[in-house]
Each structure stands twice: as C-alpha cells, then as structure tokens.
Ligand binder design. Structure first.
Ligand code: F6R
Length: 254
C-alpha cells in the first residue's frame, strides 16, 4: 500500500491527475473505473484541462462507473450518468460506446449486473479504479455489512446515506433507497485502486480502512488486501492515522 499525504484537496487532485494521465499515456486503451461524489471533481477538472491544453487522448479508453441509483433515469440531474457526462465525459474525447455506467432503470437488475460484470471481464479487467470513501467506510455503494467477496448487484442504502443524499433532491421528491453497485470483490479485481479522501469528516473512516481490522462492517478495509492500493489523503483525512506508510513500508510516526 502506498499512502501519500498532501496539504489539501487541490494537491490530492493534482497527484491523482498525474497518476491517471501517466496511465493513459502508457496505455491509451486503459480500462478506467470512475467514481462520482465531490472528491474526484478536482481530478476530473484536471483531466479536462490536460485534454484541452496538452492533448491528452481519451478516445481509446474504456470506462466503468462504480454505481448508480435504482429508479433514476440517466437524464435525472442526480443520476450518476448525468454527473459523469456533466463533469467529465462531455468535455473530453471519450468514445461513448466504451462508457459503461450501471443502468438504474433496468427492469431485470440481476441480469443487468451479470452483464456488467461480463463487460468488465471482456474489456480485460479494470487497470485503474478511482475510489472515494464514505464517512461510514463504504466503498462505492457497498455499505457496512457488505460481503467482501461481493460482485455487481443491487444494494439497499443505509438510512444515514439516504438522509445524507436527501439534500441533493427537490423537496418532496423520492430519494432512492437502492443502488446498483460494483461489489467489493469487483473493485478488488482492479489492477490498481486509487483511493482519494480529504477532510476531517473522513479521518475515522481512513483510520479504520488503513489500520483497523479487515471487516465487512467497514468495506474500505479491503484496501489492505489489495495488491496495489494507492491512497491519496490530505492532512485532515490522515490526522487519525497511527502510522505513516512510505512505499508500502509502514513506519511509526516520529
Ligand atoms: C461514488 C461512490 C461513493 C463515494 C463516497 C464519497 O461513486 O461510490 O462511495 O465515493 O460516498 O463521496 P464524496 O466524495 O462525495 O465524499
């Protein structure tokens, strides 16, 4: 595990953009896994800039998103489809036929999930998976209590997640209670996982994920079992860590 600690969210985004850009330069037909949420927004802005100003080419990449709400059409402003097109895909030269985002309106969710897993497999697996982390330790929509071997499937969200998300929806509008999410096992199959976290709100989840016992009650703890987890934190998110990890070697804090 490689843990890098930066001054702030901006610097995390700079570093994440470097990692993704380097991946695409080395392997233009990379398979990338994308996340939504506020954490990767700075990364996406930088990728757009690298495309516009430095000609970074996205035309050969294939992408798989982590998750999507069940019951929201792709056009819904809170859907993760909408998020990804607004914040990234509309601004780069992505090949639409190689963009995969779980379909929240699927009428046969189980078949859809099996199909999604097959697309990842047929694409050769995910080279680099970008991840955020929930304050409760969730990864994608794998909430506490998720199986660590799980694959893409439908998950019921915790009451807290539903409450937290309610602020993004119109008053009186139904907030989704379920999502389709890559499983913890699906995420673990990625060649590299790049987990980003910033802010004091994430400090305990990061402490649990990186230094706590591996448990389905904090799905993000599986990063400890990944062959190469690259973790980018700011000082606040790292503030509860006991150890500083350098290049995979954990050393006691001075
Ligand atoms: C998003 C996702 C979620 C977020 C997590 C952190 O696709 O899967 O697990 O990564 O909830 O969200 P933010 O970045 O908004 O703090």
């Amino acid at each position: 595990m490689l843990v890098e600690v930066f001054a702030d969210h901006e610097s995390i985004s700079d570093r994440a953009a470097e990692v993704v850009t380097e991946q695409l330069r080395r392997k233009p037909d990379s398979v990338l896994g994308f996340a939504t949420g506020s954490t990767p927004l700075g990364l996406y802005k930088r990728l757009i800039r690298n495309h516009e100003e430095r000609g970074l080419d996205f035309s050969k990449m294939t992408t798989f998103n982590l998750d999507e709400y069940v019951g929201l059409p792709p056009t819904h402003p809170q859907s993760y489809h909408h998020f990804m097109w607004e914040n990234l895909f509309n601004h780069i030269n992505v090949n639409e036929s190689r963009v995969y985002i779980p379909h929240g309106m699927s009428d046969d969710v189980d078949s859809f999930c099996a199909w999604y897993e097959k697309q990842i497999e047929d694409a050769g697996g995910i080279d680099l998976q970008i991840l955020g982390i929930g304050a409760n330790g969730h990864l994608a929509f794998n909430e506490p209590g998720s199986s660590l071997g799980s694959r893409t499937r439908i998950k019921t969200l915790t009451e807290k997640t539903v409450r937290d998300n309610a602020r993004f929806f119109e008053e009186g509008e139904a907030v989704p209670h379920q999502a389709i999410t890559m499983g913890v096992g699906t995420i673990m199959d990625a060649e590299t996982v790049l987990l980003l976290a910033s802010g004091e709100r994430k400090a305990q989840a990061i402490r649990d994920a990186l230094e706590g016992p591996v448990t389905g009650m904090c799905p993000a703890t599986v990063v400890q079992m990944h062959r190469f987890a690259h973790i980018l934190l700011d000082g606040e998110a790292a503030s509860k860590l006991e150890y500083r990890h350098h290049g995979g070697i954990a050393e006691p804090k001075p």
